[in-house]
Design a binder for this molecule. Structure first.
Ligand SMILES: Cc1cc2nc3c(=O)[nH]c(=O)nc-3n(C[C@H](O)[C@H](O)[C@H](O)COP(=O)(O)OP(=O)(O)OC[C@H]3O[C@@H](n4cnc5c(N)ncnc54)[C@H](O)[C@@H]3O)c2cc1C
Length: 395
């Protein structure tokens, strides 16, 4: 089981404590031996890495912030971000599986479910016996999440759900779904009327669509869902009826720290490959790095990724301190994903023709990382959030 204490030992706030160093060192070994070797093949086959995910469950990585009483590792948010970043350096698909399982479905249950639901669902999620999926997006409601149309009607002892969801990560492979649906008339100004429910994967009326063909993240499962007279027991309502949108926004704030870390990890993976390549490859009688045009790109990649990492650490610290971290999480996500994708693009450029080839892996990292600028709120939505939060001080 993973452990992370807050030991005081002269480390600076942005450094890793001894527990974090130990976790990352053993994770690096595992990734090198068990994950990296199959990453290119899984990108080709789109096979979901169930065995690896089970092993991550045994290592405590699928219940990173779940309290120990429910079988989780109870890690702080910085440690969780470090783990997601590290996984991303070798396999973006696996990183998205880990990030979404921990932050979205499990994160929503942790945030808003009552003790009975936590006791029932968290142990299987933390051990990865069941994977979690979180269904918010619909074909009619992406950035404008409050416009969702899926309906949940209250009946005698259950809610009856009809509607659909789009682009759901773990849509096919999950055993536990957290979905949002409209129980009450909408009030756009309050985004009220939306409720959240836990749906068991074997429920009649839960229909999994065909997994999407995507630009990248091929071995992460992205699938549309539909609900046809899906009966959900009343006790599976998560949080207050009609008030789930506030929880949804909080869950997304937490998720954005993980997606920022994923952007950084995919960028760092490419930076490390490109830097080693540029040290070895010679043109015009000298290594590529001896050209300022190449060295400056490496400097920019390293600086931007480090700046993004500090924003991730800041958002994580605010979250764990129980302070408002809406703006910090949006900045961390925006910077992590944009700096990460830029690093991927530079890595391809630094490596020339080889950068464009599958075996050198940076092209896959670029394709995988493009999602971090879209999922859990696009760049544009992060800009809107940051501007709104920043401007509050003047009003
Ligand atoms: C691989 C993948 C996995 C995903 N996993 C999940 C999941 O597990 N669960 C889930 O619920 N969803 C998931 N999503 C959905 C994802 O969160 C949405 O795709 C995202 O929020 C954007 O919504 P949209 O695709 O409808 O784009 P739209 O909202 O249609 O936006 C299109 C463009 O318009 C811009 N735009 C929209 N509104 C504004 C505005 N007011 N101002 C300026 N620009 C604007 C956007 O920034 C974007 O550039 C996933 C998506 C992908 C691709």
């Amino acid at each position: 089981m993973l452990k992370s204490s807050m030991t005081k030992n002269n480390q600076l706030w942005f450094e890793l404590n001894p527990d974090q160093k130990a976790i990352i060192a053993s994770l690096k070994d595992y990734l090198k031996n068990e994950v990296a070797p199959g990453a290119i093949e899984r990108d080709k086959s789109s096979e979901f890495p169930r065995k690896i995910v089970n092993e991550l469950g045994a290592m405590g990585i699928m219940g990173m912030q779940v309290p120990e009483q429910y079988g989780g590792s109870n890690l702080d948010t910085k440690t969780m971000a470090l783990i997601i970043e590290e996984i991303s350096t070798v396999d973006g698909s696996l990183a998205l599986t880990v990030a979404s399982h921990n932050s979205l479905c499990t994160g929503h249950i942790l945030l808003a479910a009552n003790d009975d639901l936590k006791a029932k669902y968290l142990p299987d999620l933390a051990s990865a016996k069941k994977l979690g999926a979180w269904g918010l997006t619909e074909t009619v409601s992406g950035s404008d999440a409050a416009a969702l149309k899926t309906k949940a009607e209250e009946k005698s002892d259950h809610f009856l759900i009809n509607g659909s969801k789009a682009f759901i990560t773990q849509g096919t492979v999950a055993g536990t779904y957290l979905i949002t649906a409209r129980t009450d008339a909408s009030d756009r100004s309050l985004a009220s009327g939306i409720s959240a429910f836990i749906v068991d994967g074997d429920s009649e009326g839960l229909i999994r669509g065909i997994p999407e063909n995507k630009l990248g993240l091929h071995s992460s499962d992205t699938t549309p869902l539909s609900f046809e007279n899906l009966k959900v027991p009343k006790e599976n309502l998560v949080g207050e009826r009609g008030k789930a949108f506030v929880d949804v926004m909080k869950v997304l704030n937490g998720g954005r720290i993980g997606i920022g870390a994923m952007g950084i990890g995919l960028g760092r993976g490419a930076l490390e490959i490109a830097a080693k390549y540029a040290l070895e490859r010679e043109q015009f009688g000298k290594p590529l790095v001896k050209n300022q045009a190449i060295a400056f790109k490496i400097a920019e990649m390293a600086t931007e990724l480090e700046a993004a990492r500090l924003l991730v650490f800041k958002a994580a610290a605010l979250k764990d301190a129980g302070r408002d971290y809406t703006e910090a999480a949006a900045m961390a996500k925006l910077k992590g994903s944009v700096a990460g994708v830029q690093a991927n693009d530079y890595a391809i450029q630094i490596m020339g023709g080889n950068g464009y080839m599958v075996d050198y892996e940076v092209e896959r990292m670029w394709r995988d990382n493009r999602l971090t600028r879209i999922g859990e709120g696009t760049d544009e939505i992060q800009h809107l959030i940051i501007a709104r939060e920043y401007l509050k001080q003047f009003s």
